[in-house]
Design a binder for this molecule. Structure first.
Ligand code: FCB
Length: 406
């Protein structure tokens, strides 16, 4: 019997730069204009103007939550100048979500930063803390009634990207591959930059203190969980790897109100390190292995390392053109999640990545969405997977039981 607790959040997730369009004041926008091989976000899905329609589709399907982000580059176009109009825009988004019965889960930083912050040195500059906390303080003015706030999305990926983006610019003639897309030129992503790791943890802790003082929101951050599993005898190799790539960020979440788990796939670790994804016919559009069981592994690891911080699955999904495969994947992931919940791991929600087929950090081909979007007309079309997840949401998981007895 599959039961989820009352009040469980069932939703979908997005990130501003990936859906809004014309995020022209951001570091990612600048990068897209000058980097060979990188596709541009451009108008993206025009969700900046069409967010109400996006949310309506999620609510109509039966979901009760939506994770979306606030774009720092819009809120603070030049250092110290905060746009009241942009703050009001994001407040309208929060109001719309609440009106539709979608509990907002609001991310304050999802990979993109204002270009000026990047030019100043970004997370490696001497002023990173002052800059980020000034932005967070300003944003608290629109968070009334918001119960869940994620400070920084995937700080481990961000700390890795600090390194990757510099390298890419240094090698202008090489094609771009998003960090979320497998690339045969690298067997796996290198480790996060240690200084960026320290700085991001400091930024998260400072933001948490500000949010707790000025709002009633529950505060956490969201970590990229690789669900790495040691092969027999290689536990120490595994330990060293997770200690560099994941654990500092999970330890940094101790004392938070929740930890966002973001899981897509799983890999083993042998004596040589992370074993590349096998080349199988059901590999995803980003080249990763089809592993619905990854979510259970990721949640257990996050629970152990945070020493029992409540879990919120803030991202889980699959890049596929086959929506039936998306449903199979998500069905498997939810069963894995329920198994770990049955073992006593407190879990408050499941937010699918992604609400919409969106801009995958330099690529448009990998489609993760529950909703397809025509990028010429911006017409949205719900996929069967949205209705499927909505039925599970509306029955608080009972529809999963029905599926198994069919
Ligand atoms: C995560 C990111 C998200 C999206 C998914 C596929 O690493 O947080 O924006 O790119 O991967």
């Amino acid at each position: 019997m599959i039961r989820f607790p009352d009040g469980f959040l069932w939703g979908a997730a997005s990130a501003p730069h990936q859906i809004e369009g014309n995020n022209t004041n951001s570091d990612w926008w600048a990068r897209e204009q000058r980097s060979p091989g990188m596709e541009r976000s451009g108008d993206a899905l025009d969700s900046y103007h069409r967010y109400a329609e996006d949310m309506q589709l999620l609510a109509d399907a039966g979901l009760n939550s939506y994770r979306f982000g606030i774009e720092w580059a819009r809120i603070e176009p030049t250092p110290g100048h905060f746009s009241r109009a942009e703050l009001a825009h994001y407040r309208r988004m929060i109001d719309k979500a609440l009106e539709l019965g979608l509990t907002p889960v609001v991310t304050l930083h999802h990979f993109s930063s204002p270009l000026w912050f990047d030019e100043e040195g970004g997370w490696m500059s001497e002023r990173f803390l002052e800059r980020f906390t000034a932005y967070v303080t300003e944003v608290t003015s629109i968070l009334d009634g918001v119960e869940w706030v994620c400070t920084i999305n995937e700080p481990n990926m961000l700390a890795f990207m600090v390194r990757m983006l510099k390298d890419h610019l240094a090698r202008q003639n090489e094609g771009w591959t998003s960090p979320t897309v497998e690339d045969p030129r690298r067997t796996h992503l290198p480790d996060p930059d240690p200084e960026a790791t320290r700085n991001l943890i400091a930024a998260h802790h400072a933001a948490r203190a500000i949010l707790r003082e000025r709002t009633s929101a529950k505060v956490g951050w969201t970590v990229a969980n690789e669900a790495l599993v040691p092969t027999a005898g290689n536990e120490s190799v595994w330990q060293e790897i997770v200690d560099a790539r994941e654990n500092p960020f999970l330890i940094g979440a101790r004392g938070d109100d929740f930890i966002g788990v973001q899981s897509y796939t799983s890999q083993t670790v042998d004596a040589n390190g992370i074993v590349p994804h096998p080349e199988l016919p059901d590999n995803t559009l980003v080249g990763t292995a089809y592993r619905p069981d990854a979510l259970g592994i990721a949640v257990r690891h996050a629970w152990e390392v945070t020493q029992g911080v409540s879990i919120m699955v803030t991202e889980n999904g699959i890049a596929t053109a086959d929506d039936a495969q998306r449903i199979r994947y998500t069905d498997g992931a939810l069963r894995a999640l329920k198994d770990v919940m049955n073992d006593g791991i407190t879990t408050v929600g499941y937010l699918h990545w992604s609400a919409l087929d969106n801009f995958e950090w330099g690529h448009w081909a990998p489609t993760f969405g529950l909703i397809a979007v025509d990028r010429e007309t911006f017409v949205r079309t719900a996929k069967p997977s949205l209705g499927w997840l909505g039925r599970i949401a509306a029955t608080n998981g009972r529809a999963l039981d029905e599926a198994s007895s069919e």
